[in-house]
Design a binder for this molecule. Sequence first.
Ligand SMILES: C[S@@+](CC[C@H](N)C(=O)[O-])C[C@H]1O[C@@H](n2cnc3c(N)ncnc32)[C@H](O)[C@@H]1O
Length: 441
Amino acid sequence: MLTIVSSLDHTMKNTYNLRSIAAKAITQVLEQGQSLSTVLPELQQKVSDKDKALLQELCFGVMRVLPQLEWFISQLMEKPLKGKQRIFHYLIMVGIYQLTYTRIPAHAALAETVNGAINLKKPQLKGLINGVLRQFQRQQHELVEQSNNHDINPHLHPKWLLERIQNAYPQVWKDIVDANNQKPPMWLRVNQLHHTTDQYLTLLEEADIRAEMDINHPHAIRLVTPCPVNTLPGFEKGWVTIQDRSAQRCAELLAPSNGESILDLCAAPGGKTTHILEVAPKSKVLAIDIDEQRIKRVNENLQRLNLHAVVKKGDGRLPQEWAAGEQFDRILLDAPCSATGVIRRHPDIKWLRRNEDINQLVTLQTEILDAIWPYLKKNGTLVYATCSILPQENSEQISSFLKRHTDAILSETGTLESPGIQVVPEVTGGDGFFYARLIKQ
Ligand SMILES: C[S@@+](CC[C@H](N)C(=O)[O-])C[C@H]1O[C@@H](n2cnc3c(N)ncnc32)[C@H](O)[C@@H]1O
């Protein structure tokens, strides 16, 4: 699982120190419970475009292999750094990560990491950090070998989550965990209002970007190697969107038509709102989300793609507050969930989620489903989707919904014994996702 960073280090020329910024981000995640997707955008504004990718790589990489890095440090230091010095523990991790998983020359990785102590206003810790990293270098080979020993969390997942995955997928849990530990592939969704998927593939070829279509997902293209969005033909003009192929299936199953009224509930940042509108640009879409900050991104995405929806802040459990008594032809509920299907895209999820969160999420999903069902027209379609791989949030959730609502029929997605379609993350395939399509009798 070697992660390769080819970009050379340019931080010496800058006034900031990238490693100390990475250590700050990691501290905010692991000590303050914030997600990398909240913390990183602000920190990335402080660094050059070139360094943005490296900052992301260092933070995501550390989250991917955290137990292994913790174990290395436990072998190198008698006492871990705690309290106000905790950030230096993470700075050391950033150093070890570079030495183990990147192609950054060791001397640059070391010098930059040690200098991070100056930026973090503790130059007196330079010696300690240098000493630990050099000792790691000397013992690297044997420590890496030992860390692959089965006693030392070789699966890089918290125990509670590993057990849940093993219980739910006794046959394929290893493949799932392996996919979770990889870097994700980059999938595009071709905006059919501009080009067919075939046509866009040709544009990519002309731009020397290697890519493949997916016969099961008509709008999806996988890039052989991920690339910056600004190198994609027509990205700014809205010709494509970055969206995993599994997420694309939601709009496929919803099958919206022009003229219909559609509710996209839990819509932010709008990946599926815009897909619905690309498929049915003359449909009337209401996009609702509870999170004001994330709602801004729905509007930005609509703007880039030149599409139109009514976007409102609202709680899915309280449609009486925002639906104005309207009933919809189709509803997409992309429910808040454990996000255990997208760990490879958000490896911090492994350390932010708690076992006890799952029951709370299941309750929230149930409440939203029950609240929204009366707002679906007769013969209308509701697609319930999650990016979770846990049955409690998925097939079990829909099973109990079907028992509570006798006017709901499961349509082409699974059987009554095992309702819905569950996909699991695949190394070069899609994310883990669940979909159930329900029709109101
Ligand atoms: C999986 S994400 C949605 C992704 C989005 N559908 C897309 O394709 O870009 C789940 C969303 O649910 C929202 N959410 C959480 N609780 C909610 C609630 N009670 N009512 C409405 N939205 C909620 C979150 O803010 C989050 O944006």
